[in-house]
Design a protein around this ligand. Structure first.
Ligand code: AMP
Length: 145
């Protein structure tokens, strides 16, 4: 498993503000945004800001921050989309399905009557993605109130 960090990976560019994302949450250690090729409606990614390729490279503090944000955002996704279930996923290495070499956690709502769409396959309509982000942001706001 190659742990050499590529500073030009797509999430590094998002973290530097060089390319846009549908951000739903940010704090000092983490950011969360909608997956651009969602496997289901509400598919959200949590990305630690630390420059780490995978879980093994992430510091303990980074891992703690990541799981804290994952729980917080997953609660909001659950409230916003009311799925039948919700998977949390994290892939290490291409052989495990990792396509972006910056550690991240997937929050994937699961609907009993739908099969998951392909992993990193079809781009979502940008307006729909924005609307989904707004639903998660509203739920986060309610939870903080
Ligand atoms: P993984 O395969 O676990 O590395 O997951 C990477 C995820 O990032 C996939 O689900 C992709 O759909 C998603 N993705 C790739 N590029 C972007 C982007 N620019 N904005 C948001 N999500 C992205």
């Amino acid at each position: 498993m190659n742990s050499q960090y590529d500073t030009n990976n797509v999430f590094a560019k998002i973290l530097r503000g060089e390319i846009p994302c549908n951000k739903v949450y940010e704090d000092a250690e983490t950011i969360a945004f909608m997956d651009i090729m969602p496997q289901s409606d509400g598919h959200t990614l949590v990305v630690p800001k630390e420059a780490a390729v995978n879980l093994f490279d992430l510091s303990e503090a980074g891992a703690e921050a990541a799981i804290r944000t994952t729980q917080r955002v997953a609660r909001a996704v659950r409230q916003a989309f009311n799925p039948d279930g919700l998977s949390i996923g994290q892939f290490n290495g291409a052989a495990a399905g990792q396509t972006v070499p910056h550690v991240h956690f997937h929050i994937v709502p699961r609907y009993s009557d739908q099969t998951l769409r392909g992993h990193a396959r079809d781009m979502q309509n940008p307006d729909l993605l924005k609307a989904h982000a707004e639903r998660v942001i509203a739920a986060l706001r309610e939870q903080a109130a």
